[in-house]
Every structure is written in structure tokens, then in C-alpha cells.
Design a protein. Structure first.
Length: 110
């Protein structure tokens, strides 16, 4: 009796684990809902737009800086490695994150 109960519990556990393993997990890179600065900070529309513009400009500067760093890194590596070696290295490295990728963060993108 105990062995039958143990077998049934084991099968149920395995079935549950299989369902969990196959469950669709939400992407960590899913875009978040934009913040409503006006409501969040209780601002008038004009000030909220200024804040939003500042945040967007900051984000664009970060993207440009990362692209410049990648280009500089590629130039430095090209000076040291052959074309084949550089191709192998790039294939072995994970691709650079796209803008907006990354784990969800709390707060504003500052």
C-alpha cells in the first residue's frame, strides 16, 4: 500500500514538474509600460513633457555611448587579431544587447 501511494505521489510530482518545465515564462526583455510622469509626480502637462524629454534624451545619449564603445572595441581588436580570429571571437561572444533589452528595472531610466 505504501509503495503504491509513493508511486502515485512520484508520478504526480513528475507530471507537475513537466507542466512547470513546459510553461511559457514571460520574457525578461519584455518592454515595460511607459511611466505616466504627469500622474506619477502630479505635474502639469508642460512640466511632465519636459521631464519626459530629459529622460528620452538621456536614454539616446546612453545608446550612442554604447555604440561608440563597441566601435572602439572592434577597432582595437582588429588591430590585434586577424580577420578569422576576430570572426571566431565575435561568434563565441554573446551578441550585444539591443536598446531596451535587459532585466526589468525599478524606477526611471536615469
Amino acid at each position: 500500500m505504501k509503495s503504491q501511494l509513493f508511486a502515485a505521489a512520484s508520478i504526480a510530482t513528475l507530471a507537475f514538474a513537466t507542466v512547470i518545465a513546459q510553461a511559457e515564462v514571460p520574457s525578461l526583455h519584455a518592454s515595460r509600460m511607459p511611466l505616466n510622469i504627469e500622474v506619477l509626480l502630479n505635474l502639469d502637462a508642460a512640466r511632465a513633457q519636459v521631464v519626459q524629454s530629459i529622460l528620452e534624451a538621456s536614454h539616446q545619449r546612453r545608446i550612442a555611448a554604447l555604440e561608440a564603445i563597441r566601435a572602439d572595441t572592434d577597432a582595437q581588436l582588429s588591430a590585434v587579431l586577424t580577420a578569422d580570429e576576430l570572426a571566431k571571437l565575435k561568434q563565441a561572444l554573446p551578441p550585444p544587447p539591443r536598446p531596451g533589452d535587459g532585466p526589468p528595472r525599478h524606477g526611471t531610466p536615469m
